[in-house]
Design a protein around this ligand. Structure first.
Ligand SMILES: [Zn+2]
Length: 265
């Protein structure tokens, strides 16, 4: 029997992911408060030490991955090993990674494959305007090990660059996996165009992003529809039957694949 990824009845859960990106604690708190209100699991890609990290760790509905910054002048270090070790110090049991600014190289992936066996999921590929996204298990270098790539279809910063995107538009349905990426600071700004973030950065000058106060962010926050209202609408969506963490999504995907291969025998 010919196998397709879509011959099961119930749709897969969608996944919400949040790249922390050095956001202030109150902005992260606002996101977890909203998620808890809807009893929704999600994945946070962690960038830095802060008191709110303990709250994220304690929440059984939340999965923590790492968000390493491999760009120049990174807080995390100067080499692949330094950067990854600094991030894994924050989240010692992380099994998923999304690189900051989606940095990638085959050398990096081989290094992770060889030296960091705990990393099983990479979600650093952005594929907007694509409703047929499927997990790809990729053999890494000569390690013989596979890392599963889970691409995402939506990024708040990416869609904010689209002048004609309507923030009440449903980008589904999806044939395969449906992963959304938000950033707590973009959510605090209810971002609907990139200048909101650049204006805030200009206002902060030399100050780090995590020092932004709620009052300061409010000055640059969009009225009406934007990233925050988009997240709210996803949480209330009738089309999306459930949400899962990245690991949960991958588990469901794999168990369906197994069911399908049994069916095909
Ligand atoms: Zn980032």
């Amino acid at each position: 029997m010919y196998q397709t990824a879509t011959n099961t009845s119930a749709p897969l859960p969608a996944a919400l992911t949040f790249d922390v990106d050095w956001a202030p604690d109150w902005a992260i708190d606002d996101v977890t408060t909203l998620l808890r209100k809807h009893a929704t699991p999600a994945t946070f890609m962690v960038t830095h030490q802060s008191p709110v990290l303990e709250d994220l760790r304690r929440d059984k509905d939340l999965e923590l991955g790492i968000h390493p910054n491999f760009l120049q002048n990174s807080d995390h270090g100067d080499t692949y090993a330094e950067v990854l070790d600094a991030c894994l110090e924050l989240v010692p049991d992380a099994s998923s990674v999304r690189t900051h600014c989606l940095y990638n190289s085959s050398i990096l992936m081989q290094f992770i494959g060889r030296e960091y066996p705990q990393i099983e999921i990479d979600s650093s590929v952005y594929l907007p305007d694509n409703a047929n996204i499927f997990p790809a298990s990729i053999e890494i270098g000569r390690s013989g090990r596979k890392i599963t790539c889970l691409p995402f279809a939506f990024a708040d910063a990416g869609f904010a660059n689209r002048p004609d995107f309507s923030w009440s538009e449903d980008i589904g349905p999806f044939q395969g996996i449906e992963i959304y990426t938000f950033h707590p600071m973009n959510l605090a700004l209810n971002m609907n165009e990139p200048t909101r973030f650049s204006a805030l950065k200009e206002h902060l000058g030399e100050r780090r992003l995590w020092t932004t106060t709620r009052e300061e962010a409010a000055r640059f926050r969009a009225d009406g529809d934007g990233a925050w209202t988009y997240l709210e609408s996803l949480l209330k969506s009738k089309r999306i039957s459930a949400f899962a963490t990245l690991t949960g999504l991958l588990e469901q995907w794999r168990s369906r694949k197994e069911d399908q291969s049994l069916e095909s025998k």
